[in-house]
Write a protein that binds this ligand. Structure first.
Ligand code: SER
Length: 389
């Protein structure tokens, strides 16, 4: 099943069950939102999860691009991406979590053909404030899916304040032999789908206020699902990365982890620029700056003459199209060119400053501090300069 069929299967399944299709929002939340980027499918729906009526009704389905910087250091492994797409379904105070689980199970088994013997779930086991999700536990057991209870791993929130609640996470076995262990101990269990019961609102002082109605918010990572459906080893091998996988090795010779990082960060940069962000030293712009600079650091480690301007326009076009961005590809190149020049100038000055200090002995904490504060060289970059020589 390719990505188009996978998305359509999801949307059709929920539309047949009365869900209205919501449009995709940009990665940049509405003004006044304290969150830098849309990190989940529910984010643009926050007011509706808190009780405002949605014009499309109480059952919704959609696809949403998301960006997560919490996973930045994990990019390059089998499952993490900075920008990814999330398939989502929502019940705004309509059906309950048990119905959501039953539909989820049906779609994975019948719609996507996943052997139920490869499924494992986690459920909220209860803490001092909130009791265990016994309904979910019972339902999964009736369906014959093994359950592991946890506490922190089964509590979901989109930030320090706002709607939150317990969740049940569905994992698929990706190991070679028969399933073994449980999701919290064996990484071959890959989490694909999360069903959250939005029952509370967290306030600034940390208190939990029960919401007038419980809503259900589910999120299924598209690239992870494709990896499983297409029998691949990592998210980077699923069909959405095909144009990147054919292009990047022709441009640059990189080891596997570096190649994954370059592909993830460049693809994410294109999408972030496509949503109108420019590099800067704070906020969203800083995230973009880090993505481009981490890419360049990786590329220049072996050959400082490499340039991201070599990215073929068809790749940029394909990426913007896939994320439904009308973006101007000329602007993508302008932003990348400008950032590459700035970074190259900074590195040149940094290299001179670091070698001057090295000649006087090693770098101490005071050097790191003044390199950062006076010369604009963060610790990560100084360390890179040291390894790049
Ligand atoms: N909000 C949940 C998540 O992001 C489900 O959509 O995992």
């Amino acid at each position: 099943m390719d990505s188009g069929q996978t998305v359509n299967t999801f949307i059709d399944f929920f539309r047949e069950r009365g869900h209205g299709l919501v449009g995709e929002s940009t990665l940049v939340p509405e003004p006044g939102d304290p969150v830098l980027f849309t990190t989940s499918g529910m984010h643009p729906l926050t007011p509706y999860l808190l009780g405002r009526p949605h014009p499309l009704g109480r059952r919704l389905v959609g696809v949403q691009r998301c960006l997560r910087t919490t996973d930045l250091d994990e990019v390059g492994d089998r499952t993490h991406l900075t920008v990814f797409q999330m398939l989502g379904s929502w019940s705004l105070g309509d059906y309950d979590g048990v119905q959501s689980i039953r539909w989820g199970y049906e779609l994975l088994r019948d719609g996507y053909g996943i052997d139920p013997g490869r499924l494992h779930v986690t459920v909220f086991g209860g803490d001092e404030q909130v009791g265990p999700d016994t309904d979910y536990w019972r339902t999964w057991s009736e369906l014959g899916v093994p359950v592991e209870p946890t506490v922190e791993d089964n509590w979901w929130s989109n930030g320090p304040v706002g709607p939150c609640g317990t969740d049940t996470e569905i994992f698929v076995w990706t190991g070679d032999g028969p399933p073994s262990g449980t999701p919290t101990v064996d990484p071959r269990w890959v989490e694909v789908w999360n069903h959250v019961s939005m029952r509370y609102r967290r306030h600034e002082d940390g208190s939990l206020e029960p919401l007038p109605q419980t809503s259900i918010d589910t999120g299924l990572g598209l690239e992870r699902l494709l990896t499983i459906l297409q029998g691949k080893e990592s998210v980077f091998e699923c069909d959405v990365f095909e144009p990147w996988n054919t292009t990047i090795p022709r441009l640059w010779t990189l080891d596997e982890r570096s190649s994954r990082l370059v592909i993830d960060h460049l693809r994410s940069s294109v999408v972030v620029i496509g949503d109108g962000v420019s590099p800067s030293n704070t906020g969203r712009g800083y995230v973009l700056r880090r993505l481009v600079r981490r890419t360049l650091t990786t590329l220049w480690r072996d050959d400082p003459s490499r340039t991201v301007m070599d990215l073929p326009p068809v790749l940029v076009e394909d990426t913007l199209r896939r994320f439904g961005q009308p973006g101007d590809i000329g602007r993508v190149y302008d932003v990348l060119r400008d950032e590459e020049r700035r970074f190259s100038g900074l590195l040149e000055r940094g290299r001179q400053e670091v070698s001057r200090r090295l000649r006087r002995g090693g770098l101490n904490e005071e050097d790191y501090r003044s390199l950062h504060e006076t010369h604009g060289l963060p610790r990560e970059l100084v360390d890179n300069l040291l390894t790049m020589g």
